[in-house]
Design a binder for this molecule. Structure first.
Ligand SMILES: CC(C)(COP(=O)(O)OP(=O)(O)OC[C@H]1O[C@@H](n2cnc3c(N)ncnc32)[C@H](O)[C@@H]1OP(=O)(O)O)[C@@H](O)C(=O)NCCC(=O)NCCS
Length: 155
């Protein structure tokens, strides 16, 4: 992590949901998605209880106990071809960007995926997300030739 951020930001897995966490996600998720509402307490508790979902947060010690400046979700699961992992919903608060917080979150996710035996770690990021694409390539992610499909529930 770069400069000052290195000393003050810690990456942790969420093991308990506190009101500050709900408030932090209410602040962070609109910076990631205009269409998805932030998770409430119940949804965060569901993630924390799920053995295949790892909710990582970046905590800035200078900002006290509510200093949550970023988040990332790592899903690790076994399929017939091996243990695989996905990184989703990476977001760093606008006030904390460019200090290596996104890098620290992603590097910690890669470390945990390796410990869990994941053969691959996948993610997607549309090209308009310039900072994200730059970050992932810098960390060693390579574009993969495949079609990404999505089926959406109607209504
Ligand atoms: C992507 C994101 C998580 C990066 O967080 P961060 O803490 O700023 O990440 P880092 O400081 O570790 O690295 C950011 C990189 O993006 C670069 N960057 C920042 N703003 C940029 C911009 N507008 N255009 C291009 N690159 C940019 C930085 O220079 C840095 O790259 P470098 O170190 O090679 O120079 C953050 O910008 C964010 O939350 N964006 C909005 C949500 C989003 O796009 N999430 C990713 C979903 S796939």
């Amino acid at each position: 992590m770069k400069g000052e951020g290195r000393q003050t930001v810690r990456i942790e897995e969420v093991i308990e949901v506190c009101p500050g966490l709900v408030a932090a996600f209410a602040r962070l998720i609109p910076q990631l998605s205009r269409s998805s509402p932030p998770p409430g307490r119940a949804e965060l508790e569901e993630m924390v209880a799920c053995p295949t979902t790892n909710l990582l947060v970046a905590q800035d010690a200078r900002l006290g106990s509510d200093g949550l400046v970023g988040a990332l979700t790592l899903a690790v699961f076994r399929i017939p071809t091996g243990v695989r992992a996905w990184i989703e919903d990476v977001v760093v608060d606008e006030s904390a960007r460019g200090r290596g917080v996104g890098e620290a979150l992603t590097a910690e996710a890669l470390r945990r995926a390796a410990v869990a035996g994941a053969r691959t770690v996948d993610l997607t990021s549309r090209s308009s997300r310039e900072a994200a694409n730059r970050l992932y390539r810098r960390l060693g992610f390579a574009p993969r030739e495949t079609n990404v499909y999505r089926w959406e529930q109607s209504g």
